[in-house]
Design a protein around this ligand. Structure first.
Ligand code: ZN
Ligand code: ZN
Length: 284
């Protein structure tokens, strides 16, 4: 179980490695391009080579890229769908080039059409993107908090999409705050066991390939996406102890996306809290 964090890639992806090291991260997540704008610059060969060499030297665990927040493969707007496909394909191309584990993206909203109505479109788009961009990097669907018409707040929905896609480069990123908000009580042993049994039945536990490790500002089942620093939220230190002791998480990299103790994003205190819990539960 590696413990990492989202870090800024401002100034280039190589800068991210130093930032991750500085806070004691063992692996990290970056945006391949600005998450709130459609534009994306392809990564130059020289940059990718330098990055891969530096990553090898650093002993850092797997990089993941976070996709754009704008991506909406369940949209009925053909222009938005087309832009989403281009953006996600650019991200998976970047991931392949950097040797990243994969791209984590939000299944986003079905915009009132209902989940069943978007399955074929969503699956077709993902298949097309992966066919156009062969390589080793995964596309990871992120669990959602379930606000509004958001797709993927139940393991059943994610499993349905993944089976419809039918490509072994598709996996899942479990966000601890989102699943909590979606009503899975991952902080107590019996309900955590039930949740992970459900994950295994609906998706397959082998497809759990990354975790967004965030405590929660909001209550269980609130459907509200509000991250809190580890131990300061409603999941709490005891909740993370329970979670990190569970077999399903033992070989999965954790990436913090917390506000930070100084409100400047994931920081060393949060990394240290997770590392301490990992030691306590013997999951190192
Ligand atoms: Zn996310
Ligand atoms: Zn979130």
């Amino acid at each position: 179980m590696l413990i990492g964090a989202h870090v800024s890639a401002a100034g280039g992806s190589n800068k991210a490695i130093a930032r991750a090291k500085e806070i004691g991260a063992e692996c990290f997540q970056i945006f391949a391009s600005s998450p709130r704008m459609w534009s994306a610059k392809p990564i130059a060969d020289a940059v990718a080579e330098k990055y891969q060499a530096e990553m090898k030297r650093s002993g850092m665990g797997p990089t993941v890229l976070h996709g754009k927040y704008l991506v909406a493969l369940g949209s009925s707007d053909p222009e938005l769908l087309a832009k989403s496909e281009v953006a996600l394909q650019a991200d998976i191309a970047a991931a392949n080039k950097l040797g990243a584990l994969g791209v984590i993206f939000h299944p986003a909203s079905h915009r009132g059409q209902g989940f069943d109505a978007i399955i074929d479109q969503f699956a077709g788009s993902v298949r097309k993107i992966l066919d156009n961009e062969p390589g080793d990097s995964l596309l990871m669907l992120e669990t959602s908090a379930g606000a509004g018409d958001h797709i993927g707040s139940s393991f059943a929905e994610l499993g349905t999409l993944i089976r419809a896609i039918g490509n072994d480069r598709v996996a899942v990123c479990l966000d601890t705050q989102h699943v909590w908000a979606a009503g899975y009580n991952i902080a107590a042993a019996d309900t955590l066991n039930a949740a992970m049994d459900e994950f295994d039945k609906e998706i397959g536990i082998d497809l759990l390939r990354s975790v967004h490790a965030n405590d929660s500002m909001r209550e269980l089942g609130s459907s509200v996406d509000r991250h809190e620093n580890i131990g300061d939220g409603l999941i709490g230190t005891a909740g993370f102890q329970t979670l990190m002791a569970h077999e399903a998480f033992k070989r999965v990299p954790f990436y913090l996306e917390v506000p930070g103790t100084g409100k400047s994003g994931p920081d060393k205190p949060n990394i240290d809290r997770l590392k301490a819990i990992r030691t306590q539960v013997g999951a190192g």
